[in-house]
Design a protein around this ligand. Sequence first.
Ligand SMILES: NC(=O)c1ccc[n+]([C@@H]2O[C@H](COP(=O)([O-])OP(=O)(O)OC[C@H]3O[C@@H](n4cnc5c(N)ncnc54)[C@H](O)[C@@H]3O)[C@@H](O)[C@H]2O)c1
Ligand SMILES: O=C(O)C(=O)C[C@@H](O)[C@H](O)[C@H](O)COP(=O)(O)O
Ligand SMILES: [Zn+2]
Length: 368
Amino acid sequence: MSVTRVELAGRSYEVRVGPGLLEDVAAQCGPLLRKKAVPIITDANVAASWQEAVSASLTAAGFDPHFLVLEPGEATKSWQMLEQVVDWLLAEEVERGDHILALGGGVIGDLTGFAAAILKRGCGFIQLPTTLLAQVDSSVGGKTAINTKAGKNLVGAFHQPSLVLADLDALATLPSREMGAGYAEVIKYGILGDPAFFAWCEENGARVVAGDREAQEYAVDQSVAAKARIVAQDERETTGTRALLNLGHTFGHALEAETGFSERLLHGEAVALGMVLAARFSARKGYISQDDAARICAAIGNALLTTEIASLDLSCRGADLVAHMLHDKKMDAGTLPFILLRGIGEAFVDKQVDLAEVGAFLDEELAR
Ligand SMILES: NC(=O)c1ccc[n+]([C@@H]2O[C@H](COP(=O)([O-])OP(=O)(O)OC[C@H]3O[C@@H](n4cnc5c(N)ncnc54)[C@H](O)[C@@H]3O)[C@@H](O)[C@H]2O)c1
Ligand SMILES: O=C(O)C(=O)C[C@@H](O)[C@H](O)[C@H](O)COP(=O)(O)O
Ligand SMILES: [Zn+2]
């Protein structure tokens, strides 16, 4: 098992990565569980594969696990589900000093984390991420949120977990499309800040997605270390450092909104397309070479991810995607900062982007 600490004044916590962590959840969570009853939020797909193991570990240690099993999918990050979760936690008599367990992917982690942030003005929670995406990204760093009609993650809070247990065994039951989507957030760390890791991804990305355990372990460890470093520097995205983790997301969230937050386009798939667009737009602006943009597209495509928005068959124009972007949380006094690239491993925040130019660029991409 490897351990990375997310260093935050007074609220540091461990991210443990390794096999067998869900089967050992009772011992791993140890003193964080103060009461016999343990509230656990999960979804039906995760429950089918992992509820029994988690339940057995807790029961054997004298705990009484109580599960709330939700519908899988992005639509679960909603006001309605938040209300259901909060009402259930209140009925469970969860107190501020208690910990709620989030067993699942980013949807369950973001929703449970937000419920924990607002329940009794803030109680504890533990992330048990079961997707590649959640292990490398969403379980670490304390961004929690739900979606609203206006867009992605628009209501939420920064609320850090007390512990993250990333069990590599969980990846064995993950559908391959979800593995590809998670891989987008892995290669993101290379593209935004680590050319050596990007080169490793070029060589090994296909192995990660195909389920090679050694490659997955390396990818998760490197990603968690990168995210922990950035979050420790800029927890609340105020200095610009954490904003780099939004590489591909301004384009990506607009694509998710346009496709109705549906199965048509998963978050990671949208981020993959968004990073391709950020790379091509950076090349168009002369910030990076066409060769580097092509290298980024090829590395993303190698992991079986779609790299052309034209393949989505959207019936919209560039300006419609730009309209979605105006809800981006990075909007600042009428300008929208974009995360662009000066090179592979050199992302930066560009506050001078002309949205009309973005619209025209997207019209070309939609027609490619
Ligand atoms: N908070 C953050 O920093 C952050 C970072 C990245 C993404 N996100 C959010 O995360 C969400 C996407 O997360 P995701 O990709 O994990 O999606 P998800 O939570 O919807 O999980 C993907 C699918 O895999 C299933 N699943 C999960 N684990 C499984 C397992 N081990 N075996 C079998 N099936 C399993 C789920 O039921 C679901 O159908 C988006 O809402 C995105 O906005 C948040
Ligand atoms: O942790 C961060 O910071 C990120 O930006 C990680 C992203 O992968 C994640 O999708 C995040 O939720 C997007 O941030 P948002 O602030 O645009 O919702
Ligand atoms: Zn993301």
